[in-house]
Ligand binder design. Structure first.
Ligand code: C2E
Ligand code: MG
Ligand code: MG
Ligand code: MG
Length: 286
């Protein structure tokens, strides 16, 4: 099929941040400054099992409060172009693991997913770095998931496979992000030691209107299951899409219909409200 690119990779919301304008240089130094002054944040979006409604994990997403209108994709591109991506990724992982531990103290045991960029796979010692962080903080590796886009894996497939193999051998879970936006076949990607694929939201959000997208989502779920992979649908925005994904036997959903990415504090409140609601529903049906 024809791959679909949601075109977000280099988009920003304001022409002020045109990659070729002077203010782009200003932005690079702003980003570095914010990073050094600990002004970046992570927000968290739940991943929910479709069959049971159970919360199965959370994805950490980078936020830059001072420049709220700049897309995260663009922040990451900037970090990649300036060499900041490596320390930034270390920070994201540390911050996410610390959050995992903070939730654990509240008896919330959640695997936490973070996103890796293409550039992270250029550093052969990334698995050792991540291993050290896990050891230092005392987090079992199975609580960390790494999301890597199809395109990042395929930039240098042999190298990626080698690095991912080492990460996987440490017990870290790997997942293919934005599946469908590249040109690769799932059979090929299956050579990577991944356990989950995330279908890109551009297919999921249109699947009730666009027959092609529906076919892609349906066949991806079936093929992934035949290959022993779990399937996450990204960008689930309505109850109708949730219902359709349930019919199609999709495993996990993520999207605004369930919750938007939230600050850690807001996430904890959301969990509490949700537990209450679920308890009430069970009582009503009892
Ligand atoms: P992604 O990993 O595919 O993350 C999902 C994106 O979809 C997030 O955008 C999220 O806010 C958005 N989203 C979730 N549910 C819905 C929905 O129902 N509808 C719509 N329209 N959007 C939804 P965000 O936070 O802007 O991040 C964009 C991308 O930036 C991410 O895509 C990821 O590739 C990258 N990114 C984010 N944080 C990090 C990070 O810490 N490190 C790296 N390397 N990349 C990151
Ligand atoms: Mg992701
Ligand atoms: Mg994605
Ligand atoms: Mg994306």
């Amino acid at each position: 099929y024809v791959a679909k690119n949601n075109g977000l990779t280099h988009s920003v919301y304001s022409s002020e941040h045109d990659p070729h304008s002077v203010s782009r240089l200003a932005m690079i130094s702003e980003l570095r400054h914010s990073f050094q002054h600990d002004e970046l944040e992570l927000h968290y979006q739940p991943k929910v099992a479709i069959s049971s409604g159970e919360l199965v994990g959370v994805e950490a997403l980078l936020r830059w409060p001072r420049w709220n209108d700049v897309s995260t994709d663009y922040i990451i591109t900037t970090a990649e172009q300036t060499g900041l991506i490596r320390p930034l990724t270390q920070w994201v992982i540390r911050r996410a693991l610390e959050q995992h531990l903070a939730w654990q103290r509240l008896n919330i045991n959640l695997p936490i997913a973070i996103n890796l960029s293409t550039w992270n796979l250029e550093h052969a010692d990334i698995d050792a770095n991540i291993g050290e962080l896990l050891d230092e903080l005392g987090v079992p590796p199975e609580y960390l998931e790494l999301e890597i886009t199809e395109n990042a894996m395929l930039k240098n497939p042999e190298r990626a496979q080698e690095i991912l193999q080492r990460l996987s051998q440490r017990g870290i879970r790997l997942s293919i992000d934005d599946y469908g936006t590249g040109f690769s076949s799932l059979a090929y990607l299956k050579q990577m030691p991944v356990r989950e694929i995330k279908i890109d939201r551009s297919f999921v959000s249109d699947m009730l209107e666009d027959e092609n997208d529906a076919v892609i989502v349906r066949s991806t779920i079936d093929l992934a299951h035949n290959l022993g992979l779990k399937v996450v649908a990204e960008g689930v925005e309505t109850a109708d899409i949730w219902d359709m994904l349930q019919i199609l036997d999709c495993d996990i959903a993520q999207g605004h219909y369930i919750a938007r990415p939230m600050s850690a504090a807001r996430f904890t409140d959301w969990l509490r409200e949700r537990a209450q609601k679920r308890a009430d529903t069970h009582q009503d049906s009892a």
